[in-house]
Ligand binder design. Structure first.
Ligand code: SAM
Length: 260
């Protein structure tokens, strides 16, 4: 596959993203490891602790994607259910997982079918676009999460507006995403790592330099922390100041907004 990454017309971005993730679906965990040096696991653990969900929480995890058998926990959904079980012995909390790509969702289903959650009804899956969740009623979830998913969406404003619509009053929007490194020294190291090394790693691991190059570009094209916080505020969320937390020098950040 050869993509003209810098010249992708808007309306073909969804198709491109679809094929990128079909290409990398089964190698996905390796990719996340490569991009973050394995640190995405710690970021996700931190993300759930920060969420601190109470028993009986209804979570909508958008762009839920996949997890691989060797991961300790399965991304956001499994970490969430595990937190509820460990902390509150709660098995009433639920996760609805949405992903645009059926391959990614299937990896997730497979993963769940081999887990302790296999025989309960705490999780369900839908194929769907984060920009249009019309199959989900207004005011229906306590927490909305999107981890490493929003930068792949064409109109992130629509994603955040939909998040606002489906959350209950008092509900919380939480986004974990690659972000901007502002420290000039770290930033230079990070540039070499992502522009030079990551596509090579992608080539070696997945024999697919282009998909990995796309992923690096998508991180660069995503708005910085302050701009993204503004977008969340503009969608109607209450966002405190600054409204985000940098992780690992801003390589990733967590943005939070509340529906009042
Ligand atoms: N949330 C998981 C995690 O944290 O590891 C998976 C993230 S993976 C990098 C990105 C996911 O976003 C893929 O599964 C992809 O199919 C999904 N995705 C991309 N565009 C989307 C959209 N418009 N709506 C819903 N999901 C989307």
């Amino acid at each position: 596959t050869h993509f003209g990454f810098d010249t992708v017309p808007e309306n073909s971005k969804e198709k491109l993203v679809g094929s990128v993730f079909s290409n990398v679906a089964t190698k996905y965990d390796i990719m996340n490891d490569a991009m973050s040096g394995g640190i995405h696991r710690l970021w996700k653990d931190h993300f759930i602790r920060k969420m601190a969900p109470l028993p009986g929480t209804k979570l909508l995890d958008v762009a839920g994607g996949t997890g691989m058998p060797w991961s300790l926990y399965w991304d956001i959904a499994e970490r969430f259910l595990n937190y509820e079980l460990q902390k509150y012995n709660d098995s009433k909390s639920t996760v609805h997982m949405v992903d645009i790509n059926p391959d990614m969702l299937n990896e997730g289903k497979k993963r769940f079918s081999n887990s302790i959650w296999e025989k309960n009804d705490q999780i369900n899956f839908s194929v769907g676009n984060a920009e249009d969740l019309s199959f989900i009623p207004d005011n229906s979830f306590d927490v909305y999460t999107i981890a490493f998913g929003i930068r792949n969406c064409t109109h992130i404003e629509n994603v955040v507006k939909e998040a606002h619509r489906v959350l209950k009053k008092g509900g919380c929007f939480m986004c974990l995403e690659f972000s901007k490194v502002h420290n000039p020294i770290i930033s230079e190291i990070y540039d070499v790592f992502s522009f030079k090394l990551i596509p090579e790693i992608g080539n070696i691991i997945a024999n697919d330099r282009d998909s990995y190059k796309y992923l690096v570009e998508s991180i660069r094209n995503f708005p910085d922390q302050e701009t993204f916080a503004k977008i969340i505020r503009n969608a109607g969320f209450f966002v405190s100041s600054p409204g985000y937390e940098n992780l690992t020098f801003g390589v990733a950040s967590i943005h939070t907004g509340y529906k009042l």
